[in-house]
Design a protein around this ligand. Structure first.
Ligand code: UD1
Length: 341
């Protein structure tokens, strides 16, 4: 019988791509999402790609009773918990919203996993936990640094809640995946990133500028201590990232974990500057992007990229897709977006 995975935040950007990869790997998926930062029509995109209709429950993971009803309706083999608020700037303005949302939802999930006997949790963590590391690239052994935003702090705290829960409750285990910067879209252009309002993240801003929705892209700073002066990140294709979740679920449900709480960096191992992203986007999509250099963005770190060796060797997972094809997929998604709603 097919194993069943609960995906919280399954209509979101990473959640929808992971749902597709899980379905294609033979898993059954049930999605819960409160649609606070995603759209119901994403379900149609998932169905178009996979030919499968995914059960969907419009539920806020902060509601223990409503979430309990979902845990009682199905038997799950694993939970992948994406549902969370993720805008760094907003978290500074609304810290209580972020702490309540991100911490309560995780605690509800852990509570219900114990209550209903679901042993396996994959958690969406972030490279934000490393802050500006002294030594690059960062491995899982790199010490975490104090977070610079409430958002980042919730990732720290959620990791700690999981660590302590796994230590106390033998019936649960978890894999935390620390994502670097996920970008791009499914090659079918049926699903992708759907920012609401003015995008905070680089790639949706780039594609919206190319599409004429935004007049100009601001590149935040060219005076960093990097080869071209702009910040460096590890941009990972969202489909590669989605596949890492399938591997993590396989590992947990196949009893292959070495410890009951494991952490993996999910990145490419390659640092790319903001200006390199802009130039590559222009080159592979044969267009010119209107951009200007402006001052640094508060809270940005200078450079971070992953040492993904542990994930490569232990999970047998590797980021495969090139930056070129990833930036093509992002533009292709932007071009097809209008017809989607
Ligand atoms: C941050 C967090 C990440 C989090 C993500 C969620 C860190 C290291 N990363 O990613 O954990 O999941 O937010 O939103 O804390 N840029 C521009 N112009 C723009 C937008 C961005 O130049 O209009 C630059 C930024 O200065 C940065 C790079 O592009 O150097 C990437 O920015 P962004 O996409 O916002 O991601 P992070 O801030 O790296």
């Amino acid at each position: 019988m097919a194993k069943r995975v609960l995906v919280t935040g399954g209509t979101g950007y990473i959640g929808s791509h992971t749902t597709v990869e899980l379905l294609e790997a033979g898993y059954e998926v049930v999605i819960v999402d409160n649609l606070s930062n995603s759209e119901r029509f994403v379900l149609k995109g998932i169905q178009k790609i996979t030919g499968k209709r995914v059960p969907f429950h419009k539920v806020d993971c902060c509601s223990l009773s409503r979430l309990r009803a979902v845990f009682k309706q199905y038997e799950f083999d694993a939970v992948i918990h994406f549902a969370a608020s993720k805008a760094v700037g907003e978290s500074v303005e609304k810290p209580l919203l972020y702490y309540r949302n991100n911490l309560t939802s995780l605690m509800n999930i852990l509570t219900l996993m114990r209550e209903t006997g679901v042993p396996n949790l994959v958690f969406s963590s972030s490279c934000t936990v490393y802050g500006q590391a002294e030594k690059l690239p960062v491995s899982e052994q790199t010490p975490r640094r104090e977070a610079t935003s409430p958002y980042g702090n919730t990732k720290h705290m959620c990791e700690d809640i999981i660590r302590d829960s796994v230590a106390a409750y033998p019936e649960i285990r978890s894999i935390a995946l620390r994502y670097f910067n996920p970008i791009g879209a499914h090659p079918s252009a049926e699903i992708g990133e759907l920012p609401r309002g003015v995008p905070n993240n680089l790639i949706p801003f780039v594609t919206q500028t190319a599409a004429g929705i935004r007049p100009v892209l601001s590149v935040f700073g060219d005076d960093y201590n990097t080869p071209d002066g702009s910040c460096i990140r590890d941009y990972i294709n969202v489909v590669d990232l989605a596949k890492a979740h399938v591997v993590a679920v396989n590992r947990m449900t196949g009893d292959k974990m070495k410890e009951r709480y494991e952490i993996f960096n999910i990145g490419t191992g390659r640092g790319v500057s903001t200006l390199e992203v802009v130039r590559t986007f222009e080159k592979v999509n044969h267009l010119k992007l209107n951009y200007k250099i402006v001052g640094r963005r508060a809270g940005d770190i200078e450079a971070v990229w992953a040492d993904p060796t542990y994930a490569n060797e232990e999970l047998g997972w590797k980021a495969c897709k090139s930056l070129d094809e990833t930036l093509q997929s992002a533009w292709n998604w932007q071009k097809h977006l209008d017809g989607k709603k």
